[in-house]
Ligand binder design. Structure first.
Ligand SMILES: [Zn+2]
Length: 322
């Protein structure tokens, strides 16, 4: 796992840290990272510069500079230790440099199509899963925790397990389908970690990808996602099912995009519509496979792992609730 600085209040809880697989060196580095951030900010502010000449503030500066130097040395040592222990990949390095999660809006592997389905788990999930499987296709499901249903309900847990067991990819669509752009730093963390925890409990995986509800995000969302080691995923094609497109209109949209022969496609669908499950999906599969595309998971079409960890599901208890 690449080294990550964690700033989440929830993630500071030791149980959560362990649940998300972070290491001691990451936990250690985080505390002083914030101190250094404040000091670097102070050192650059015009106000700070203007008061620098006074004797009192000179002493203050000296004290702060000493602390900053200590912090910098500490961070340097911690980062070196992390780098030694956890060789990073280019994407993770880029994320650490910018502090913003990567946002993917298209597939990378030529000839690949990723059919993605949001807003579940819901009653059509097994049908969609079966239809994909029968066609030799792999789908990607971005689950909510508490949207159409509660992910901890027995039926929804079964659906999540079923889709995962059939080889489909599972990602996060956050807990309650809120517009993340309207939330605070802590609220965004909350929306994200609840689903990550639910997926760890139900199927034993830590997802690597999150699709923000409505496709809405800002730099704060990317910042939080980065600290959670999550990449964001949008799309480059919308079947239109969630914005009122009829079956004929969705089929026309698939026809239109296939006729343009894009190298790849990252398609947005919603598993919560009967028409998507029973009419549009079979049509889209046939159309896309007929045009020679491979229907693969998002991770496959990006050439990246779908999960940060794969473990054993937990046993339900009274804390499994929405
Ligand atoms: Zn959604």
């Amino acid at each position: 796992m690449p080294c990550t600085f964690i700033l989440s209040p929830q993630a500071h809880h030791p149980n959560n840290l362990h649940a998300f697989g972070f290491t001691k060196c990451q936990m250690l580095a985080n505390a002083d990272f914030r101190v250094a951030f404040v000091l670097v900010y102070l050192s650059k502010s015009p106000l700070f510069a203007s008061i620098l000449p006074s004797t009192f503030n000179s002493l203050l500066f000296l004290a702060r500079a000493t602390r900053m130097l200590t912090s910098a040395i500490f961070i340097g040592l911690a980062a070196a230790a992390c780098a030694t222990a956890h060789p990073t990949n280019p994407e993770a390095e880029s994320r650490q440099q910018t502090g913003l999660a990567t946002v993917y809006s298209s597939c990378k592997v030529k000839g690949d199509v990723a059919l993605t389905f949001d807003d579940g788990p819901w009653v059509y999930l097994n049908q969609i899963s079966d239809t994909l499987k029968a066609a030799g296709a792999v789908g990607t499901f971005f689950f909510n925790g508490n949207n159409y249903g509660c992910i901890y309900d027995a039926e929804d847990r079964k659906r999540v397990k079923y889709a995962y067991a059939q080889g489909h990819m599972i990602g996060s669509h956050t807990w309650a389908h809120k517009d993340l752009k309207t939330l605070t730093y802590d609220q965004i963390h909350d929306e994200m970690w609840r689903v990550e925890q639910a997926l760890q409990r139900i199927i034993g995986v830590t997802p690597a990808f999150m699709r923000p509800p409505y496709g809405n995000y800002n730099n704060l969302v990317r910042q939080v996602a980065s600290t959670r080691n999550q990449s964001l995923v949008i799309w480059d094609f919308d079947s239109g099912d969630s914005v009122g497109a009829s079956v004929a209109e969705s089929e026309t949209r698939y026809n239109g995009v296939v006729s343009k022969h894009p190298e790849t496609l990252l398609a947005l669908n919603h598993e919560t519509y009967n028409t998507t499950a029973h009419q549009v999906l079979p049509y889209a599969i046939s159309k896309l496979q007929g045009a020679g595309y491979r229907l693969v998971s998002l991770a496959t079409c990006l050439g990246l792992p779908a999960y940060h960890s794969i473990g054993t599901p937990a046993t339900p208890d009274s804390t499994w609730k929405c």
